[in-house]
Design a protein. Structure first.
Length: 341
């Protein structure tokens, strides 16, 4: 559905040039929810804005739904853009228009006849769960409701792609989850391809199929969410994965334990998908006569299955411990022996 080839954006500023996006290659399949994560300044906004040519690339190629966007201008660009809608962190609603009038706006621009507009707006209001609020003004709505209007407006002309620019960053956690649920719902109902940018791993975990991690304008890691969670390669990715698997207190408590000299090794085990169901601990205890002390554990749900981390301390004779560690390494479980440095 979307391919990016060697995409670059260089801004010229008074103090010199800034390479915001630096040679990005990506493929996004039809019907998937694709997340791009990175810290502030990584180049995410610039990247997503190049998908609909809000920002023109300095180099490289953007193809969306068969259109080579980089080559389009004027009327043909406007036509191609109808296939690609966008929602924003601060909603970008028209404050003097009601909810229904905001949603009708892109239909007016596209020249949709009045009656058809009315029925389409009603349909969209229902789809995003805003029944009864059509006559309200944006100032009378909560943040979550405002984003629902943004989503309805973005869907008005039946786009193939929805771009989400930090769409939940201004919302509290509960409202964030309800908007993410809505995005999943429209992804499934309409088969819409969704590309989102975020700095929150929670958003990636909850709804994305694929993730790309950006740093300094480059994609430093990319893959199916569960694979990246299971085996993050770059430091930056590890930091993001920790956001959802290891609360700060866990790391503090573990590092205190590591300072002590008592007891056997402390392990961090990462289970993915069906592995999370395996009775690994019971097997180790029975097979190798080691004791297992569970220090901390957490299981998170992703679109593609469950993902869990477990911190344990093993105790036993040296040779039993070695055999147990060897056994764990042979299983479909990532195991890391933690040390104090
Ligand atoms: N119009 C512009 N002119 C000059 N520099 C820019 C412009 N837009 C972005 N930049 C620079 O490009 C780099 C990437 O910015 P970008 O906004 O794409 O990052 P981001 O990951 O979306 O971060 P944020 O979430 O803070 O917006 C930054 O160094 C930024 O200062």
């Amino acid at each position: 559905m979307i391919t990016l080839k060697n995409l670059k954006k260089i801004f010229s500023t008074k103090s010199g040039t800034v390479t915001a996006v630096d040679g990005v290659n990506l493929t996004i399949e039809e019907g998937e929810i694709y997340g791009v994560i990175g810290y502030s300044g990584a180049g995410k906004s610039t990247l997503i804005r190049m998908l609909n040519m809000l920002e023109r690339p300095s180099e490289g190629e953007v193809t969306v739904a068969g259109n080579n966007m980089s080559n389009l201008k004027g009327r043909s660009l406007r036509k191609a853009r109808q296939e690609i809608s966008m929602i924003f962190q601060h909603f970008n609603l028209l404050w003097s228009r009601t909810v229904a009038e905001n949603i009708a706006f892109p239909l007016e621009i596209a020249g949709t006849p009045k009656e058809e507009r009315r029925s389409r707006v009603n349909e969209l209001i229902k789809l995003v769960g805003l029944e009864g609020r059509g006559d309200a003004y944006p100032s009378q709505l909560s943040g979550g409701q405002k984003q629902r209007v943004g989503i309805a407006r973005a869907l008005a002309n039946n786009p193939k792609v929805l771009l989400c620019d930090e769409a939940t960053s201004a919302l509290d956690p509960k409202t964030t989850d309800s908007i993410l649920d809505l995005l999943v719902d429209i992804n499934q109902k309409l088969g819409l391809t969704i590309v989102l940018i975020t700095h929150e791993m929670h958003v990636i975990r909850k709804i994305c199929h694929h993730v790309a991690v950006m740093e300094g304008g480059k994609v430093v890691e990319e893959g199916p969410v569960l694979d990246v969670f299971r085996n993050p390669k770059q430091e930056m990715t590890k930091e993001f994965v920790k956001q959802i698997t290891e609360p700060e207190e866990t790391m503090e408590a573990i590092s205190e334990l590591l300072k002590g000299t008592e007891g056997g090794p402390i392990l961090k085990l990462t289970f993915v998908g069906d592995d999370a169901e395996q009775p690994l601990m019971t097997e180790i205890i029975q097979k190798f006569q080691v004791s297992v002390n569970i220090l901390q554990g957490k299981i998170s749900q992703t679109r593609e299955g469950s993902y869990g981390t477990l911190f344990v301390r093993l105790d036993g004779t040296e040779s039993n411990l070695q055999s147990a560690l060897q056994f764990i390494k042979e299983q479909q479980v990532e195991a890391e022996v933690l040390t104090n440095d």
